[in-house]
Design a protein around this ligand. Sequence first.
Ligand code: HEC
Ligand code: HEC
Length: 411
Amino acid sequence: MIILVLLFTLAIVTDAWALDLDDQIDLIKKVYNLQPKNCGVPIIDNRARVTAGRELFESKILSGNKDISCRSCHLDRFGSTDGLPLAIGVGGDGEGKVRYQNGGVLVQRNTLSLKGRGHPQFKAFFWDGKAQQDGQRIVTQFGNYVTGFESPLAAAAILPLVERDEFLGETSYLASNDIQAKVGDKVYYDKYMAVGEAIRSRIINSNDASTRALREKLSAAGIDPQKLELVDIGNLLAQFIADEFRCEESNWDRYLKGDLQALTTRQKEGAVLFFGKGRCASCHDGELFSDFEYHSIGTPQGEFGPHSRHRDIGRAGVTNRLEDLYRFRTPPLIEVSSTAPYGHNGVFQTLEEVVTHHYNPMEFYIKHRDYYLIDYYRIGKLMGSRDKLLTTIDLKSKDEIEKIVAFLKAI
Ligand code: HEC
Ligand code: HEC
């Protein structure tokens, strides 16, 4: 009897607690004006363009040595990334960790997911925002000369094609392939034109079965291969990416639509912390959980970096502004639990590790003391760059972090 009463009381208490949590989230919903994300947009009705985009995405003909395609690094089994801290580009072979054993050039950043990249709220691309919508303009390293991109995603999609480590091949002076031979030392817009011309000439002149198929698909999509430009390739790739990597309805979306059972109690507690004293939504806000602005959380520098060893200056590399040192685009968090490791250089193995680093940066250094605590000077500079907002994060226990991580698994 006593046990029954106890069970009954427990049921009431847990129920009341659950109700209480739902009420709290309801309030948060109003304050933040939270909406389930709209994954139905954009509506792609031109299948021929999507099909041509897929062919380009999978095709190795776009790469200098014909050894890499977009798919080599954006794989379904790793949530449209490669599962590695830093990507392996030209010369690489295999998928996942195997890629590290097979040679190939190291790309100095962590591969980003392509999920939801066609969503209209997606305005800035790459860790440092080097392709970005700015009012009516789409800004890239090519200046104002290139017009005709249908979206900032279309501009982002061609940037890998002009990179030596990702597509062109490293040994420019030896001109080991026909694309490099045309590109030589060219930079910016000249490089854009040279790469475009070299790819077009390959697509027109090769007569193997896969190139013939590509030509047919381009024509079906209304693009004459004889007039193909990089901007057309970008627009088609963007159509495919927007369609193929559409965001999906998450448990959080279902919850926001009214299904209160869609989240576990711990996930609901995590949501309250995320929007409450965790202050996460100050930066990770909106349907995609990003403000598309640039902040520093003082991510430890890894062994390598695009701006020399141990150095990735982030947004400052694009803007040349001192205040942008070590800032990176706030990463969108949709489906984040499937894209480990984390951070622009993949130094964080787990969600627990990266979330903790936001408010307690020393923990990571102490855990990896043998490697990192040899250079206080470097760590000091990074600490100084951290966004002041991070000092207002009021999380204390491991339990709170685990609840937030449980919530991250629901978005
Ligand atoms: C060698 C591996 C590799 C290959 C091949 C590759 N990518 Fe990526 N991708 C990356 C990495 C690494 C990043 C992040 C780079 C950065 O931010 O500096 C990225 C980022 C992106 C982004 C930006 C996503 C965001 O959230 O801003 C898009 C779009 C993209 N890639 C599309 C493509 C397309 C299209 C191709 C083929 C033309 C391609 N990628 C080929 C590794 C690769
Ligand atoms: C000041 C803005 C800011 C706040 C506040 C903030 N973040 Fe971040 N977050 C970032 C930035 C910027 C990065 C990327 C840093 C890097 O790569 O160097 C990031 C990275 C992450 C990542 C890794 C994502 C990936 O794909 O690699 C996760 C997960 C994350 N934040 C969760 C949280 C959580 C949970 C909170 C609240 C406790 C939070 N963030 C608070 C700006 C912020």
